[in-house]
Each structure stands twice: as structure tokens, then as C-alpha cells.
Write a protein that binds this ligand. Sequence first.
Ligand code: PLP
Length: 444
Amino acid sequence: MAAGRLSPGSRLPATRLLAGELGVSRGVVVQAYQRLADEGLAEARTGSGTVVTGRGVRRAPRPAGDRRRALDELRLPISTTDGVDIDLSPGVPDLSAFPRAAWLRAERAVLDRVTAADLRYGDPGGTPRLRAELVGWLARTRGVRCEADDVVVTAGVAQGLALLAQVLRARGVDALAVEDPGSRGATDQMVFWGMRPTGIGVDEHGMRVGELVATGVRAALLTPAHQFPTGVVLSPERRRELLAWANRDGGLVIEDDYDAEHRYDRAPVAALQGSAPERVAYLGSVSKSLAPAMRTGWLIAPRGMQAELLAAKHASDLGNPALPQLVLAQLLSSGDHDRHLRAVRTRQRSRRDALIAGLRAHLPEARVAGVAAGLHVLVLLPGTADDVVLAGRVAAAGVQVQPLSWHRRRPGPPGLVIGYAAHPPDRLAEAAARIGRALSRPGP
Ligand SMILES: Cc1ncc(COP(=O)(O)O)c(C=O)c1O
């Protein structure tokens, strides 16, 4: 009836008949019909028994294409992605390399010993076991200084940003310095949560801290280890300037430790957080080491923000799901996570080399930057062409890349942001050849 399976006007069986069929007393059926009448789904009509009204529970009609359009608005402004067979969007690791066997082993080990109490609503900051593992792992790999109670386990860096924005807004802070160019996704999210971004230029040393200081803004979001999208590392001089600003002006550095685990040519620079734990809110996740769909990350903020962040996390979702947290803790403690990272790092380096070689051969006039770390390179193009148009031409050749201008707040030279982690060298060579052909052709 409510689901629309009985059409309006159709008659329900007589109560005596239905009671006989179902083997229940007639009183039960009379009561059930009365309930239907009370809910407006049926009505008793003299002479014709009980009839379906057709009122039922109605949903508003879904506007045509509404969901599709809403999702599209969150994506790239490229004219078409139809016919793309090599997706080189940045920020995605090789998902076919997800360590399934190790995950399954860890899940078994966890389920063998998980207690009933572990399945209760837990600490909104995360299960103690994962927080404790993260303390050791982040200290060893990133130089982060914290204790288990400083860690808030989040649904990715994205949720860490959302929590920070909510707390900053509640404190009356809404101005936020962001890198320009910088992650469009991260900035859009902060805007969603009510922050007002101010773009600060990025050069070969990272964010221009002098520009930041001049704005008077008190919170800055950065990707110091491997700047997105340029790939530069924040220089020692700029790190010092940034921390001096934070200490002197009471600034908060929001350190998005994006891509830090993927460094090929030398050991990664340590996180800023280790040098100034009370001035830095540190964010990381397994999105680039395991998979973005894990939606698992961490936030380690100055201690003065802890209570408000926990309240915001509690209000959002009462805490991350417990079992995946315990499995990740097991992967970290068994060393399987590190083994996985070592294995993918070797493979990614050869993929990066294949893409660079292909671009040098097919696009010799371009400059390829940001190659020392991460899962993408930045291709800087000569001239003044609109890179959204260029990315559209590349997409028409079946290769998806991101235009650099999509990540810019003010105009600048054209470029393409190209991810390489998800494809084997021969596909990357093919992609580079297609990109070269698409860009060398005179086009619209
Ligand atoms: C620079 C940057 N920060 C943060 C994120 C979001 O990461 P997460 O999946 O951990 O929420 C992304 C996503 O690709 C990103 O590019």
C-alpha cells in the first residue's frame, strides 16, 4: 500500500476471509485494518468493505538529473570525461596494490581477540590501540611528537580539516591562509565550513611566509612535505620563518602531511609538528598509503584545542568505526604497513620515471616539476593558453589530467597536474605520447 503495490480503490479481502487464510482470529485482522485506516492508507466504505485510499507515504518526485548534477559540481570543470581510458587524476595510489592478504590476516587476528566491550560506543578520539600505534609510527617516520591522548582518529584529512574549521569558527577565527596554487579540494572544504581563504604565493621554497605575515591572518593551511600541486618542499629558511610567525603572532599552522610517505630520492623532511607541537595541527591519513576509501586519518592538534576537537568529533559521528581502527593498528604493529609502503615505493618510482621519460620525449618544451616525492608531477607549459582547454584536449585523447589553474586562486602560467601511481610504465608512456599529440596540435 505505502509502497504502491496495491492501487488506489482496490478492495482488501473481507476480514473473516483473510483471518481464515492466515490462520489468525478475525479480531487481529479487524485491528490491522483499523491501523491502516488510522494511518490514512485504507478506509471502510459501507457496502464495499475496506478500500485502499492511495494516500499512503509519498516522496517528492526526484528532480531529473539532480543527484548527477550535484556530484558533477564537486568535480572538475573539464568539458567531457567521456571516452577517457587512462585516468591520471592526481592523489590516487595504485589501488590494485591494496594489501588484501595482509589486511585479511590483520582482520583475523583482531577478530580472534576483540572483546564485546571493544564493540561499544568508544572514545570519540579513536580506539586506544590505534592511537598508541600511531604515536610510535608517526614519531619514527615523521618526527611527530605526541602522546596517545593527543591523537584524534578521523575520517581522513578531510574530516580533520572540518573539525579544525568548526573549532576555529567557534573561536571567532574565519580567515585562513592557503597556498596558491594549493589543493582546490582542501580549500573548497574549508570554505564549506565557513572559513574565508586568502591565497599566499608559492615559489621554489614553498609558501612565501613574508606574504603570510603581511596579511595578519592567524591560521595557515600548508602541505610542507610535498606541496600540492607544485611538489616543492618547504625550505628550512621558510620553516623557521613560519614557526617564528606562529610563535610571535599566535598563529596556527595546519600541516596537511600530504604524500609524505612517498619520497624517492632521499629521506622525507620531518613534520613541522615535531618542532612546535603547540603551534601546529598535524593531519595525515592512509588515503595515499592504502586507499582513499578507507576514510581513516588522524589529527594531532595543540593541547589547548583538544577538548573542542573531541566535542566536534563526538557531535559529528561519535567516533570512527572500531574494527577498521583495530585492523590498521594491527597492520602498523606487525610491520605489514611498512612492508607495503616499501613495495609500492619501488614500483611508483619506476612509474614516475616512465612518465617523465615519456613527457620529455613527447612534450620537450614543457618543464616537469615536483618529481622527488608523491604520486603526481606538475607539467608547466610554455605560453599563456588556458590549461582547462588544454586538459579538455587531453581528455578528448582519452587521458584525464587536472589543469593547474583549477588549483590557483590568482592567474598564472598554464600547467597540468598528472598522477602516475595507478598505471604501469607502458600505459604511462602511451599517455605521455597522447598528451604530446593533443597539445602539439593547434586546437581551440
Ligand atoms: C592536498 C590534499 N589534502 C587532503 C586531501 C584529502 O585527504 P583524505 O582522503 O585523507 O581526506 C586530499 C585529497 O586528495 C589532498 O589532495
